[in-house]
Design a protein around this ligand. Structure first.
Ligand code: BG6
Length: 296
């Protein structure tokens, strides 16, 4: 669909417009009473969210690559239908292919409370046809909500993992604490997948790559340097991934500025590890996250 067609069919006056974004990729720009946001159809990828009067909530790499077949570094990549390496074929892309594929617009809506909804659907991929259909509803208000629904359209059980791989912007990682996972068990991906117990709130002073298990709690990222806290509430998920690449890994990534690990942390609402899901024919599962900010 051309930009003109998209705007005629799905544009919302004073709320949502489609335009050409970085790399010539199409993005939806939302600007309503509550907030501004940007969503690329490539990857179904929210790259920006800023409630009026607040700073950007999502971290977005200045070196991100905007290109079909590549994942945008930052914002909220959609991980699906597997998390991390493919469970049996190592040559398949890490974190699945939803984040590097084209999505279609299914609908847009301005709601009574002046929030704006955009519904996207992953364009059918040969590898999933006819098993899994993936829909993403993005609601932009004073908070940002993402609802990611997987439907099994086949006659066989469909097993999948997924995540809303949320990059949050922080002022200074040294001052940040992440609350909500105290006492929880996690898999330490940097220490032979050992299962450990979280003592106290999380502080990040080195590379961290952890899958917190059996948790449905809200995480709060307390950030004194920006005098704010970001809350990530969630549902349909019993795993939360906390990731920061720190210096060495950041330097090895072409799309990640060397020192930017100090300005971000990922709090990922996931279905992975013990929480991979299997849908019977006809069943659906929704993973959701709501991200909001408060001043400190
Ligand atoms: C996290 C994983 O979710 O994503 C990490 O737990 C991984 O292991 C990180 O390094 C980034 O992955 P990618 O594929 O976007 O570089």
């Amino acid at each position: 669909m051309t930009l003109k067609d998209l705007n005629e069919r799905f544009g919302l006056e004073n709320a949502l417009v489609f335009e050409e974004g970085a790399g010539g990729l199409v993005r939806a720009v939302v600007d309503n009473q509550h907030a501004t946001a940007e969503i690329y159809l490539h990857g179904g990828h929210v790259t920006r969210f800023r409630p009026h009067g607040s700073d950007e909530v999502l971290w977005l790499s200045e070196q991100a690559v905007y290109q079909a077949g590549k994942a945008i570094r930052g914002g909220i990549p959609i991980v699906w239908p597997w998390f991390g390496p493919h469970p049996s074929s190592p040559d398949q892309p890490q974190h699945g292919y939803a984040r590097t594929a084209a999505w279609d617009v299914v609908g847009t809506e301005q709601e009574v409370n002046n929030t704006t909804r955009l519904q996207l659907r992953l364009r059918p991929q040969p590898a999933t046809q006819p098993s899994g259909q993936l829909d993403l509803i993005i609601t932009v208000g004073s908070s940002l909500e993402l609802d990611l629904t997987t439907r099994n359209l086949s006659n066989e059980p469909f097993t999948f993992g997924c995540a809303l791989h949320t990059y949050l912007a922080v002022g200074d990682i040294d001052q940040v604490t992440i609350e909500g996972l105290e006492g929880g068990r996690y898999i330490d991906k940097l220490d032979e997948e050992k299962r450990k117990v979280q003592s106290g709130a999380i502080r990040i002073g080195r590379e961290v790559d952890r899958v917190y298990l059996n948790t449905d709690t809200t995480c709060t990222v307390v950030d004194p340097s920006l005098r704010r806290e970001i809350r990530v509430a969630k549902g349909g998920s019993l795993t939360t991934v906390i990731w920061n690449p720190w210096a060495e890994k950041a330097a090895s990534m072409g799309d990640f500025p060397d020192v930017a690990f100090r300005q971000m942390v990922c709090v990922e609402t996931a279905n992975t590890a013990d929480d991979v899901r299997t849908l019977a024919p006809g069943e659906a599962h929704t993973l959701w996250a709501a991200i909001s900010v408060d001043s400190l």
